[in-house]
Design a binder for this molecule. Structure first.
Ligand code: NDP
Length: 412
């Protein structure tokens, strides 16, 4: 019987998921794209039809309301929901899925709008609820989290007996020509990068000031780039699932212009997430800033350059030390040519589609709530190669390193 797929969220990532599901329509069957602003769904559907010949249904939905979601679920009766709205909607969509017995997938962990805190606690707490409903919830099926978790699982399965350290590296060497813009939802992006940094070593989390630790990494096909230590959500599940791990860190590249703008915005209070009163009206500074900044979905046709996201893993295989870098390189312009989105949306949307495809085909099965590295990485890694995200493994010689400098950030 043909499947029914519901995608929620029609931003940059939703656009890619819609295109890629249409390109794999045999697996996804009847596809509906629903979001708060239905005109955005209609535009995507029009583009998808023109490029792929596949027709999508579109719907409006307020995914903050479980009741609203249930009405749509009852109308469409989807087999799976791909949640690419914002992290604020994770719990309402999960609760509606468990009430209706529908499999669930997302790309970012739940965040409360009033507290910039990323953690899986509330989504993991829904494990029993999902088991009782006989459904599967797949958390974090984007790139990071998502592919980076699977790179770790793949390294664990094929390259190591024990992994001791992992450094997850996210390099975007793309240029959109704006002095300051974010490549995915501005509010979520700025909350993430302005938060305190954190990494895990010998069983404890070590906190740093925001962007305090700067390191220059030498990225294959891109070169040396300033990279900053951030807290990133995939580390929370990876410390549970990777054997013998002693340390895990996450680094992301930022240019000087981005950092100086961000510091200035922070200094004047524009990154605030608490309401302030302005001429008798209540506004949240960060939300207002997001309104002013370019819509990430509009960056597609003006972004050039490449991304390189990967994991450095060091550990032991057959009694010998080993270091590898598993990585994926995407070209922003090629992504746009294929699906009318820049590389950051592309690298998130393709893995969301692949995760959903493996669930619909029954290749990944489970009842409850799972992080992606709990499944066999091989079928997903194969799909990455054929769906537009080919990856590579670099084996480093003994003593070789791609870490250039480790220093304190002097810009901030
Ligand atoms: P956008 O802001 O471009 O799009 C978000 C979409 O969700 C918009 O269409 C928005 O509607 C819709 N939406 C927001 N609130 C609601 C609501 N209450 N009900 C229904 N729809 C709603 O974000 P992106 O596409 O850049 O990001 C999407 C998700 O992907 C985010 O959760 C982000 O954190 C995640 N992400 C994950 C990455 C990974 O590698 N794992 C990397 C990048 C992003 P409207 O148009 O009306 O505003």
């Amino acid at each position: 019987m043909s499947k029914k797929t519901l995608i929620i969220g029609a931003g940059g990532v939703g656009n890619v998921v819609a295109f890629k599901c249409a390109m794999n329509v045999k697996s996804f069957g009847e596809i509906t794209l629903a979001s708060r602003t239905v005109s955005k769904c209609d535009t995507i559907a029009k583009n998808v039809l023109a490029k792929t010949g596949v027709s999508l249904r579109t719907e409006t939905i307020d995914a903050d309301s479980v009741a609203d979601i249930l009405v749509l679920f009852n109308k469409i009766k989807p087999d799976i929901v791909i949640n690419v709205a914002l992290p604020y909607q994770d719990l309402t969509i999960m609760d509606a899925c468990s009430q209706c017995g529908i499999d669930y997938l997302d790309t970012a962990n739940y965040e409360h709008p009033n507290t910039a805190k990323f953690e899986y606690k509330e989504q993991w707490a829904r494990d029993e609820q999902f088991k009782d409903a006989n459904i599967m919830g797949l958390l974090g099926s984007g790139f990071d989290p998502g592919v980076t978790n699977l790179f770790c699982a793949y390294a664990q399965k094929h390259y190591f007996d024990e992994i001791h350290t992992i450094d997850i590296l996210d390099c975007n060497a793309g240029d959109h020509g704006y002095a300051f813009a974010t490549n995915f939802n501005p509010e979520i992006n700025l909350r993430e990068v302005s938060a305190k940094g954190r990494y895990w070593e010998n069983g404890v989390w070590i906190e740093t000031e925001p962007m305090e630790i700067k390191q220059v990494w030498d990225y294959p096909e891109i070169g040396a780039k300033d990279s900053y230590l951030l807290y990133h959500e995939e580390m929370e599940s990876l410390v549970k699932h990777i054997k013998g791990l002693k340390r895990i860190r996450f680094f992301m590249t930022f240019g000087e212009s981005y950092l100086t703008h961000m510091k200035c915005l922070e200094n004047v209070g524009m990154l605030g997430i608490k309401e302030v009163e302005h001429k008798g009206q209540k506004i949240v500074p960060m939300e207002f800033l997001a309104t002013l900044l370019p819509d990430p979905a509009s960056l597609g046709n003006r972004t050039t350059g490449k991304t390189n996201i990967g994991i450095f893993a060091k550990g032991i295989k057959d009694g010998k030390e080993r270091t590898i870098y598993i990585y994926q390189i995407s070209d922003h312009e090629k992504c746009y040519a294929e699906v009318m989105s820049q590389g950051v949306s592309y690298t998130t949307g393709v893995p969301a589609m692949i995760g959903a495809k493996l669930i619909l085909k029954g290749i990944w099965q489970g009842k409850g709530v799972f992080n992606i590295e709990e499944f066999d990485p091989d079928p997903f890694m194969d799909e990455l190669n054929t769906q537009g995200l080919p990856w590579q493994v670099m084996e480093l010689a003994k003593g070789e390193s791609r870490e250039v400098v480790h220093t304190k950030n002097t810009l901030l």
